[in-house]
Design a protein around this ligand. Structure first.
Ligand SMILES: C[S@@+](CC[C@H](N)C(=O)[O-])C[C@H]1O[C@@H](n2cnc3c(N)ncnc32)[C@H](O)[C@@H]1O
Length: 193
């Protein structure tokens, strides 16, 4: 909160903090350096569960040490796998899912989230999301894969039925076309395939 809305995740986090209740199941689909995992672990409380995915061991090690430092590691399952495998690890009834897209800061920029795997993971996780559960995406358009991912996401989610899903975008209107933005997708009701 230190930087207010200069930080692209502030608004998402305010809503996540309100929505997530002690004991909930949530997912960090891109653990990275662990900041989102720590935030989610704090939100779910000691009886909740966070499933955190990353394809890089380096990322999960960074996440683990941040969690251990804060005594939050017992609430978190760290999974070295792509988020496309999410349904293998995560039970039904998820309250919130966070995708902070792109690459690990300070690491190989070629190892980044991609449009096709991000879409596969999103289509899977929607199936196990609770009604009024949400998916938060932070999207970075400043690199080639990120631009493709952004266009795929916008095309796909703009066509979603408003009865079934509410899809809400937040972007800076004074920071140019390549600035990051967020999307929050809420599953409006139970019986959606
Ligand atoms: C921007 S970073 C995430 C930042 C992180 N949430 C944090 O709080 O520090 C994106 C991460 O996504 C990971 N990633 C890329 N493709 C992935 C995939 N298919 N499944 C899971 N993680 C993936 C990268 O390894 C990288 O660590």
């Amino acid at each position: 909160m230190e930087r207010g809305i200069q930080d692209i995740q502030t608004i998402q986090r305010v809503y996540l903090q309100t929505l997530i209740q002690p004991g909930d199941i949530v997912v960090d689909a891109t653990a990275g350096l662990g900041r989102d995992t720590v935030f989610l672990a704090d939100c779910v409380g000691p009886c909740g569960r966070v499933y955190a995915f990353d394809i890089q061991e380096e990322a999960l090690n960074a996440t683990r040490s941040l969690l251990v430092k804060q005594g939050l590691d017992p609430r978190v399952e760290l999974i070295l796998a792509s988020h496309t495998e999410l349904l293998t690890y995560v039970p039904n009834g998820v309250k919130a899912v966070v995708f902070n897209l792109g690459y690990l800061p300070g690491s190989d920029h070629q190892i980044t989230t991609k449009a096709s795997s991000t879409m596969k993971a999103l289509n899977s996780v929607i199936k196990i999301l609770k009604p009024k559960g949400i998916i938060c995406l932070t999207v970075y358009r400043g690199h080639d894969d990120g631009m493709e991912e952004s266009q795929t996401l916008i095309n796909h989610f703009s066509a979603f039925s408003k009865k079934d899903f509410s899809v809400f975008q937040g972007r800076y209107i004074n920071q140019g076309e390549l600035s990051p933005y967020w999307i929050i997708i809420q599953k409006n009701r139970e019986d959606i395939e």
